[in-house]
Structure formats: C-alpha cells, structure tokens
Design a binder for this molecule. Structure first.
Ligand code: HEM
Length: 239
C-alpha cells in the first residue's frame, strides 16, 4: 500500500491511494516428493537416451565420452535402466488412477483441431490430466516395461545363459524400437510443457495459477475449490 499526499493551493490534504498488486491464486498440483520422483525419472531417462544412442549408431559413438568410454557406457547403461524402472514404477503408483481414460478424453480427442489452435472455449472441462497427457503416461508405461524386459534378455553379463541368440536378437530389435518411440514421446511431453504456458511451474514449484487450472483443467480446479475428493481424483491439496 502506498500513501500519497496531494498538495493543492498550499492546502495539504492526504489522498490515499491503495495500490494492491493483483492477487494471484496459486493452486497446489504436486508435492515435493512427487516432483523429486519426476525429476529423478527425467534425469535417468536423459542418461539412458545419451548412453543408448551412443551404442545405437557409430555416428553418435562420441557420446560414450560422457560415461568414460565405450566399455563403461555398455556397463552403466543397464544400471540406469534398472534405476529408471524403479523410479518410474513409483511415479506410476502415484499417478495411474488419475490417468484412467474417461468420456471427457474421447470428447477432447475428437476436438484435437481446437486443442492445437488454442480454442479452449470449445473443449470439454477436464480433470487433472487431458487425453494427451494420459497418452504419454500409458505410452511410457508400456515402453519402459518393454525396454526393461528386453533389456534383461540382452544383458549378457548376468543373463546370457537364460536365452538363445535368436531370442536376444528379437529382444534387441524390440528394445531399440521401443526406445525410439519413447524418446519421441518425451520430446512431445517436453514440448507440451513449454507450449502450454504456466505448466512448467507445476513440476518446478509444485503449483499452478488458478487461471491455468480454470482454463486447462476446470473439473480438477472445481474439485479442489469445492474441497471434494472423488475416487481416483485429487485431494484438497491437488494431489
Ligand atoms: C526431461 C524433461 C521433462 C520435462 C521438462 C517434463 C515436464 C513435465 C511437466 C511440466 C509436468 C507437469 C504437467 C502437468 O501437471 O500438467 C510433467 C508431468 C509428468 N511427467 Fe514429465 N517431464 C520430463 C520428463 C519426463 C519423463 C522422462 C517421464 C517418464 C518417463 C515423465 C513423466 C511424467 C509424468 C508421469 C507426469 C505426470 C502427468 C501424468 O501422470 O500424466 N516426464 N512433466
């Protein structure tokens, strides 16, 4: 609050002007633990992408330098994979209920033209996640599952004797294809987080503005504002 004094004709009269910064309402979207879990997953995914691509094509072999050479990259890559499987499993347990598809997702997907042209007024009201986010979630669930299982099959150091060479070849093909799709999905995931302004702070600060919540996830916003908890839904704090 600032107080101004207006002096007219030598007559000092206090003129109070109240300048209040417009109040921004922040809505909690993620707890600290959820964010730590997410960013550990993101770091492991990045390390897996770099070490995996280094072994995928000779053109990117120079990336092995980050991990201390070719043999070191080969040794550490599967361990990053095990860590990612654990980290993503925890993320999965936290979020799977909120990612169950519903009829709003069908309506939203049918209006994908309005989604990409930012005509949000024409879209149905949504819960915590839209169909695109749910697609990323289930896509990564399936792909990380495939990469983990096929990764064990081709992890010669520990599991060589358990499968025949032909099985290992198919596993390697599936492993590489799943990785290419998973990387493409994450590129879309990162792009969407940047494209929809105000989304990044959800995973950085743990909150979004009330305006963001009202605009993009109105049903979720109403639930929080109403303090209602529904099955598979968010609690009062938005978790
Ligand atoms: C590497 C950079 C990454 C960035 C910048 C990023 C950014 C974000 C942001 C901003 C959100 C919040 C979206 C919202 O609440 O509306 C989010 C949510 C989420 N992210 Fe990421 N992310 C990254 C990597 C990953 C990776 C590698 C995975 C998993 C393999 C992942 C899985 C998730 C999941 C499961 C959610 C919760 C949304 C849901 O359950 O559908 N993210 N991310």
């Amino acid at each position: 609050m600032t107080v101004h004094t207006d002096i007219r004709d030598g007559d000092a009269r206090p003129l109070r002007e109240v300048h209040e910064a417009p109040e921004i309402l922040y809505v909690p979207r993620y707890t600290g633990l959820q964010r730590v879990n997410h960013w550990i997953t993101a770091i492991l995914f990045t390390l897996l992408t770099l070490s995996g691509l280094a072994m995928f094509t000779p053109y990117l072999f120079s990336l092995t330098g980050i991990f201390g050479g070719g043999q070191a990259t080969r040794a550490i890559h599967p361990w990053f994979g095990v860590a990612l499987a654990v980290s993503f499993a925890l993320l999965f347990l936290r979020f799977w209920k909120l990612n169950i598809p519903n009829k709003d997702d069908v309506a939203w997907s049918m209006k994908i033209g309005d989604v990409v042209t930012n005509r949000e007024d024409r879209l149905p009201e949504l819960g915590k996640y839209n169909a695109g986010q749910k697609g990323v979630f289930w896509g990564q669930t399936a792909l990380i599952g495939i990469m983990f299982v096929t990764g064990l099959v081709i992890w010669d150091q520990y599991f060589y004797q358990y499968t025949v060479i032909e099985t290992k070849r198919w596993a390697l093909l599936a492993h590489s294809l799943a990785a290419v799709v998973a990387i493409a999905i994450i590129v879309v995931h990162i792009y969407a987080g940047i494209w929809v302004r105000g989304t990044g702070r959800a995973m950085v600060r743990g909150t979004v503005t009330g305006g963001w919540a009202y605009r993009h996830h109105r049903k979720w916003f109403r639930q929080i504002a109403g303090g209602k908890r529904q099955r598979g839904s968010t609690d009062k704090r938005g978790h």
